[in-house]
Design a protein around this ligand. Structure first.
Ligand SMILES: NC(=O)c1ccc[n+]([C@@H]2O[C@H](COP(=O)([O-])OP(=O)(O)OC[C@H]3O[C@@H](n4cnc5c(N)ncnc54)[C@H](OP(=O)(O)O)[C@@H]3O)[C@@H](O)[C@H]2O)c1
Length: 317
């Protein structure tokens, strides 16, 4: 019985390994648009795809980011300025992409741009704070996708959406986890709808990685700003000790972050270049061994584990 089981499992992995090694052909003819290429995963992916000979259309938020990227890549890579929260910027970028790709269509759309507000309780935030994050991570992603879908369909290409383990398990307050749950939901429905046209949709679910988005300095500054503007009631309920514990938590986060960003960009590359891309990719150890298994546990257990590792408000019962 155990032998049959072991043989079946081995066969499954062998077939999967064989399927996943097969690449699509004519990579140098394929155009890929990546959003948020100034830094982090988007920047590294743009450089890697450029080295592999694909035609990279790198969308950056700032001219400085675009200039730096152009300085590190070949003449094939082209840049465009794109703020995913601004409909006119998205429409202009889509028109530019249309002119670049011509009749070939767009092979790959990588929705990577994102922001976060970390470790700040819901009660300290306003509707606008939630909206700011949702606007970039979810509504911006949807707007870019809707504008570029005709071109992706033309190429029977790929959509690769950056979600997170926070899209499977909500571990902190604010708009980030909500936005990533939204990315998961949007990507799932999109995958089914686009399967009729030969377009494949993949979701990338990284754990915690050391990029600009998770910079300690940025988080500590935001934490202090939110505390400073909190109402007297919130300050009394949570207390200075809670703030101090949260500062420690943010400081520790940097040590927990995985430094090798290529673990994530390899998944993005696979989703764009493999004949049979996966629906979901989650490669780092924290995602595989901690967050994803936890997301399947009963809420009672998950709540206990998360509360155990979180600071307690001063007036907690
Ligand atoms: N790092 C992690 O641990 C982690 C984990 C899970 C998921 N992710 C996801 O991975 C993606 C990339 O993040 P990252 O970690 O590589 O962080 P990052 O280095 O901060 O990259 C995010 C990029 O998005 C750009 N951006 C921000 N607002 C934008 C807007 N309105 N329009 C267009 N671009 C905008 C940023 O530009 P500026 O640099 O000019 O601000 C930056 O280039 C995000 O979707 C994030 O949620 C990251």
């Amino acid at each position: 019985m155990w032998l049959y089981l072991a043989t079946l499992v081995t066969l499954f992995y062998l077939v999967r390994w064989y399927r996943e090694r097969q690449l699509v052909s004519y990579l140098p003819d394929k155009y890929v648009l990546i959003t948020g290429c100034d830094t982090g995963f988007g920047n590294l992916l743009a450089r890697k795809l450029d080295t592999r000979g694909l035609r990279v259309l790198a969308a950056c938020l700032t001219e400085k980011g675009a200039e730096q990227l152009r300085g590190q890549t070949s003449d094939r890579l082209e840049t465009v300025i794109l703020d995913v929260t601004k409909p006119e910027s998205v429409a202009a970028a889509a028109q530019w992409v249309k002119e670049c790709v011509g009749d070939r269509g767009l092979w790959g759309l990588v929705n990577n741009a994102g922001i976060t507000i970390f470790s700040i309780p819901n009660e300290w935030q306003t509707k606008e704070d939630f909206a700011t994050v949702l606007d970039v991570n979810l509504l911006g992603l949807i707007d870019v996708t809707l504008n570029l879908l005709p071109l992706v369909r033309k190429a029977r290409g790929r959509v690769v959406n950056l979600s997170s383990v926070a899209g499977r398990l909500s571990t902190f307050g604010g708009g980030y986890c909500i936005s990533k749950f939204g990315v998961e939901a949007f990507s799932d429905s999109l995958r089914r709808e686009l399967s009729y046209f030969g377009v494949k949709v993949s979701i990338i679910e990284p754990g915690f990685f050391k990029t600009e988005m998770l910079s300690k300095e940025r988080f500590l500054k935001t934490l202090q700003e939110f505390w400073d503007r909190a109402t007297p009631e919130v300050k009394k309920i949570y207390g200075e000790k809670f703030l101090a514990s949260n500062v420690k938590r943010v400081e520790k986060l940097e040590q927990r972050c995985t430094k090798d960003l290529s673990l994530v960009t390899n998944c993005m590359e696979h989703a764009l270049t493999a004949r049979y891309p996966r629906t979901r990719y989650s490669e780092a150890w924290d995602a595989k061994l901690l967050y994803l298994p936890m997301s399947y546990l009963p809420s009672l257990l998950v709540d206990a584990v998360i509360s155990w590792g979180s600071p307690r408000p001063a007036k907690a019962l």
